[in-house]
Design a protein around this ligand. Structure first.
Ligand code: MTE
Ligand code: MO
Length: 383
């Protein structure tokens, strides 16, 4: 594969793999802004970044179980109502490195920053599908279509040199409230090459793997996508399953991500001076579930304090889906006195009262996905 035309990248990104390019920002930079700057947003790729230079001729083929196939040009996408959706994208592999410490897992090593929050601008997929005659809130088409498959331009080795792809249920794709976008903007600027120029899918509340970048075609299909990343990857197995006894067909592709929180203001092991310390980070849940609470402990999880939460500076966050960005993370913060060396822990509770699991061992899985265990950091107090 040809990696000679990769775009320039920010020097402070921590590179986890050079080809394909996989990198994340330092955790201290991540939670300092509610909207993650594009430069610092994690980049997760499976192949070289495609080059699309003739934007006039670029189009998305929409075909499959529909009456007449359609070519969707950028001008067609821009003609539809534009929506700006603030949504957190999280890679299922976020925090994988920490999972590997208990027992080795396979996959790109990520610290805690394979996640970012952006304002995605584009057309709703529900409006696009209406253009080709599929009404809103449809669960199946007359010709038996039940899923919407997104096929990209980039090629990867997992697909034996074929394109990256994924699918979502038609019921989600045609639901305007699900806010699935064909996005051409990120934080008010045209999408850049790393993040899917000229057009990508954003599936809010769902693991990043389903938000296909560099969209080439959309297929209306009867069964979910049979691609590698739907069938042989990104599935959650119990700790008893390992590479010698895995049967991929026993599990469904992971879609929504579970409740997550991370302390970003402190490294895994951090030396501090005795006195007041501000503990801050992000908390988010999938499926549009808001964050109900973030608990912080300064004694390894014996006792807890409630942190304050915000999305907009100075406005307390309420998980009511009206005044809040329902697909977006919240930033939390609490200032405490730390007189002695200890373990600091964060755990979040979402609006369905789901709580992060206490120990990583209990959710260990061979691919190292969805490490949402209590986030623990060690502080060493010195004088
Ligand atoms: N889409 C294509 N075409 N190719 C990819 O490799 N990676 C996926 C998803 N979409 C990928 C893709 C994964 S695993 C994630 S987590 C997100 O894109 C990352 O998006 P980002 O690089 O914009 O942060
Ligand atoms: Mo991912």
């Amino acid at each position: 594969s040809d990696y000679s035309q990769e775009p320039p990248r920010h020097p402070s990104l921590q590179i986890n793999s050079k080809v394909p390019f996989n990198a994340e920002p330092p955790r201290s930079a991540l939670a300092s802004s509610y909207v993650t700057p594009v430069d610092l947003f994690y980049k997760r790729n499976h192949g070289p970044i495609p080059v699309v230079d003739d934007i006039e001729r670029y189009c998305v083929d929409i075909c499959g179980l529909i009456g007449t196939p359609k070519k969707l040009y950028m001008r067609d996408v821009r003609m539809l109502p534009k929506y700006d959706v603030t949504a957190t994208l999280q890679c299922a592999g976020n925090r994988r490195t920490a999972m590997s410490k208990t027992r080795k897992v396979r996959g790109v090593g990520w610290d805690v920053s394979a996640i970012g929050n952006a304002v995605w601008g584009g057309a709703k997929l529900a409006d696009v599908l209406e253009l080709i005659g599929i009404p809103k809130l449809t669960c199946s088409t007359q010709s038996g279509g039940k899923h919407v498959e997104f096929v990209s331009i980039d090629k990867c080795k997992e697909e034996n040199g074929g394109p990256y792809k994924a699918s979502i249920p038609l019921s989600q794709a045609t639901n305007p409230e699900a806010d699935v976008l064909l996005a051409y903007e990120m934080n008010g600027e045209p999408l850049n090459r790393d993040h899917g120029y000229p057009l990508r899918v954003i599936v809010p509340g769902v693991i990043g793997a389903r938000s296909v970048k560099w969209l080439d075609s959309i297929y209306i299909i009867a069964e979910e996508c049979q691609g590698f990343f739907m069938q042989k990857d990104y599935k959650m197995f119990p700790p008893s399953v390992d590479w010698d006894n895995i049967n991929w067909s026993t599990r469904r592709p992971q879609m929504d991500f579970p409740v997550q929180s991370v302390i970003c203001s402190l490294e895994d092991v951090q030396s501090i001076k005795p006195g007041k310390v501000t503990i801050s980070g992000y908390a988010v849940s999938g499926g549009g579930r808001g964050i109900e609470r973030v608990d912080v402990s300064i004694d390894g999880g014996k006792t807890w304090l409630e942190a304050s939460r915000s999305q907009k500076t100075g406005v307390p966050y309420i998980a009511d889906h009206v005044s809040s960005d329902k697909w977006a993370w919240v930033l939390f913060e609490v200032t405490v006195d730390i007189p002695y060396s200890t373990e600091i822990v964060a755990k979040a509770v979402d609006s369905a009262a789901n709580v992060q699991p206490e120990n990583v061992q209990d959710i260990w899985n061979l691919r190292g996905i969805l490490n949402t265990s209590w986030h623990r950091v060690q502080v060493r107090v010195g004088h």
